[in-house]
Design a protein around this ligand. Structure first.
Ligand SMILES: *[C@@H]1O[C@H](CO)[C@@H](O)[C@H](O)[C@H]1NC(C)=O
Ligand SMILES: *[C@@H]1O[C@H](CO)[C@@H](O)[C@H](O)[C@H]1NC(C)=O
Ligand SMILES: *[C@@H]1O[C@H](CO)[C@@H](O)[C@H](O)[C@H]1NC(C)=O
Ligand SMILES: *[C@@H]1O[C@H](CO)[C@@H](O)[C@H](O)[C@H]1NC(C)=O
Length: 219
């Protein structure tokens, strides 16, 4: 039974890969360059920028891994290259697949921007092995905020997708899912009803490595 479970789990992540930034519209995404820093291989700034409120707006993502570490960075300027030095959202961890909205991403106070300042936003996630995955969007910062309906139309969460850990130190591209701290994995796991089940969960988790304990919760 355990072998079947492991087989079923091993098929899960293959059909879903990587993540996409769906709003603001990303520069682009390509499977084979998604792991290239910066911006998943898309070096050119977009002609069509999205207006982005300084006071905060959602980022709409679609996640293809069962467990994802994410952080959001900003670079100020018309064509800032790889200078994503402003942390808009420190690293956190999400459990679940599909639509995920990071609510209220704002320009941190103390960063010198005003209505009309051009900037680029980079979302970084961890990859299966080492390194990260990158998506960028180019924005014009605005002092006006989004209407409730605009906000809501760019902020959707799939079912059973949730933040499992906040304020993790470091960058996601230095976090492989294989070397999460034991406390992180344990915190994400549903308590097991019996000691027997717990040891199966442990064994399968160890065997599967990168899928981790969270993948078992699906079954
Ligand atoms: C990892 O991400 C950080 C923050 O965006 C960046 O400064 C660094 O260059 C990245 N490292 C690699 C190897 O891409
Ligand atoms: C989706 O979940 C994120 C993270 O918990 C939250 O910031 C956002 O407001 C949620 N959006 C909706 C529409 O529920
Ligand atoms: C903020 O940016 C504006 C426009 O680029 C510049 O004129 C001003 O000197 C900057 N202020 C500070 C405190 O850096
Ligand atoms: C994360 O850290 C920031 C800054 O220290 C703090 O304001 C915030 O409340 C923390 N969030 C959580 C969920 O711990």
């Amino acid at each position: 039974m355990l072998a079947n479970t492991v087989l079923a789990l091993s098929l899960l992540p293959v059909s879903f890969a990587h993540f996409t930034l769906d709003w603001p519209k990303a520069r682009g995404s390509a499977e084979n360059t998604a792991g290239d820093f910066p911006c998943g291989g898309y070096a050119d700034v977009q002609q069509q920028r999205t207006d982005f409120p300084i006071s905060g707006a959602p980022l709409q993502l679609n996640l293809g891994h069962e467990q994802t570490n994410i952080a959001v960075y900003m670079a100020v300027g018309d064509n800032p290259g790889s200078g994503f030095s402003v942390v808009m959202r420190p690293q956190f961890q999400v459990q679940g697949l599909g639509d995920f909205c990071i609510g209220q991403i704002s320009v941190p106070s103390g960063v010198n921007v005003s209505d009309g300042t051009k900037a680029s936003i980079q979302v970084v996630s961890n990859a299966h092995a080492n390194g990260g995955l990158y998506q960028c969007t180019d924005v014009t910062l605005r002092s006006a905020s989004l209407s409730t309906s605009d906000y809501d139309s760019h902020c959707k969460n799939g079912t059973n997708i949730e933040i499992s850990q906040q304020n993790i130190s470091g960058n996601p591209n230095g976090t492989s899912t294989e070397d999460h701290s034991p406390s992180g994995s344990a915190g994400a796991a549903t308590p097991s009803p019996t000691p027997g089940a717990a040891s199966h969960v442990k064994a399968a988790s160890w065997a599967m490595g990168f899928i981790g304990v969270a993948g078992l919760a699906l079954l």
